[in-house]
Ligand binder design. Sequence first.
Ligand code: PGA
Length: 271
Amino acid sequence: MKARMKTTARPRRIVVANWKMNPNTLPEAKKLFLESKKEAVRQKKVQTIIAVPFVYFAALRTLMTGSRTKLGAQNVSWWKDGTHTGEISAAMLINLGVSHVIVGHSERRALGENNEHVSRKVSAALKEGLVVILCVGEVVRDTGGYYLSIIETQLRTACAVVPKAMLKSLIIAYEPVWAISEGAGDGQTATPDDIHEMTIFIRKILTNIYNRPSAERIPVLYGGSVNEENASVLTQNGMVDGFLVGGASLQPHVFGAILTAANVFKNESRT
Ligand code: PGA
């Protein structure tokens, strides 16, 4: 694989807080949101997106100020409207002040969502004006390199519904499932080298699908056990444009440390 050519760094990093199914009460959600927002406003070079459970949007949007923090959803229906019990449409999200949506998270794929479902959701979200955070990632890293073809298929299926003109509304999040929540107890985490190699691979596929300048502009984030200790080295040596943060986003001081690490641009050349 070829290293990335010298490019101008994007002006901002992107950090997404994925609260998953937390917290249990609205007062807790408000407190967590306000504390996270306080951390986020300090970081000029970071766009922070807080992806919260659907039930909190109406209340949290009233606490939004400025543009450094945005509201995100963790899922969206591929249907526009109609008889679909329990589903939430992209239009409903937009009308509640949501700007971003996570699509294809591995925890949803584990519930049966496949690449076809993911591409339908990507299409529905983009058409309504949401920015899509598309999650890709392998469940295991086999020694034969089959995991690369899994990522390629995930990217190609989803990008098939994303015309070049809509790329400004696409963010890729590479989340190796084996590294999420520290490998769900196994203590496994991805190294900066693992992540750097994968960001190069992802950009190679995106270049093949679109072209090099377009591929270079698509932000590639990393997610999987990001914390206050590894955020800095992952930012600098993993060559990522930001993070998708699960567990650590529930602790504002830890989340703040991650945002601080993401705010530092040392390697402007990104070779
Ligand atoms: P984690 O989760 O940071 O707790 O590993 C990341 C994610 O699943 O988005």
